[in-house]
Design a protein. Structure first.
Length: 296
């Protein structure tokens, strides 16, 4: 039982919940939630894609710890591998299993879903091994993973994926900003990255508002965008005022969890309020998990 908890802690459950929100937002954009009978007919595929993204995200996080084992022994000795709770070999096997399951589940949903899942796996491992060590390409690499995650949800309806795939750029920008901010999470940071993050946050909000206005759902989107903006900017402003590791970590944590509200805004922009509300309900779950497990 103790071992199972260590594995669970390793995959950062609060983060994984946000990946499920990404996929549900993609499904909403695809139009699969447009009518009740459509949602029911796609239900098994929606469940498979949610499980797929959870496994892919968890597998990517596990391999992040695998590749960081030596560094974590110095900076984060409490983590599973450096603490000895899980061996390096066990972590590799666990991460590999999660990634294979994630790709398989997506492949069951369709060929395009399978290819998107393979893309997520490739870019996740690329980030874990090399990307995060590059100040310019690292944030872009991580953002691509999230953009593909949104496309994974869209892939449930092939036509919609080809029509709206460029929307994947928005989560890329958002995650780029979080990754830039996180550069000083351990040792603190200068304010430059934090200012860049705030500008990118503003661009993301502007993009969502643009599409919400285009679809005639601007007022509905504000229900989610306003708390989203408050949630991400409040800790970021505090970090800008005092850029120490603790404050930056709080800003990163808020940025990751707030993805759920951003996804809810996407859902209400392209679908109805029901899937948006379902996605928003994941927020308290993620916040609760964040009190128990680390968020990175």
């Amino acid at each position: 039982m103790k071992k199972a908890f260590v594995y669970l802690r390793m995959v950062r459950p609060a983060n994984v919940v946000t990946s499920v929100a990404d996929v549900l937002a993609g499904v909403a954009i695809s139009g699969a939630f447009a009518y009740r009978f459509l949602a029911i007919s796609y239900l098994h595929q929606i469940v498979l894609l949610c499980l797929s993204t959870a496994c892919l995200y968890a597998g990517g996080i596990v391999y992040n710890d695998v590749f960081d084992a030596d560094l974590d022994a110095i900076e984060r000795p409490e983590r599973a591998i450096p603490s000895g709770a899980i061996s390096l070999a066990q972590a590799k096997q666990f991460g590999f299993l999660l990634l294979v399951i994630g790709i398989t589940l997506a492949g069951i949903c369709g060929e395009e879903s399978g290819f998107v899942a393979i893309g997520i796996t490739f870019f996740a491992l690329l980030y874990d091994k090399w990307g995060k060590h590059n100040n310019l390409l690292g944030p872009l690499n991580m953002g691509i993973c999230r953009g593909l995650n949104l496309l994974l949800g869209m892939s449930i309806v092939s036509i919609s994926l080809h029509e709206w795939y460029l929307l994947g750029i928005v989560p890329i920008i958002y995650i780029y900003s979080i990754t830039m901010i996180s550069r000083g999470e351990v040792h603190g940071s200068n304010r430059q990255n934090l200012y860049i993050g705030s500008i990118l946050y503003t661009i993301v909000i502007g993009a969502i508002l643009y599409f919400a206005n285009l679809t005639g759902r601007l007022l509905l989107s504000l229900i989610f965008i306003i708390p989203f903006a408050v949630m991400i900017f409040r800790p970021l402003i505090k970090a800008i005022q005092n850029p120490i590791g603790k404050n930056i970590g709080a800003a990163v944590k808020a940025g990751v969890i707030s993805l759920i509200l951003m996804d809810a805004a996407w859902a209400v922009t392209f679908s109805t309020w029901i899937p948006a509300l379902v996605i928003a309900c994941l927020l308290p779950i993620s916040i609760w998990l964040a009190k128990i497990f680390a968020v990175t």
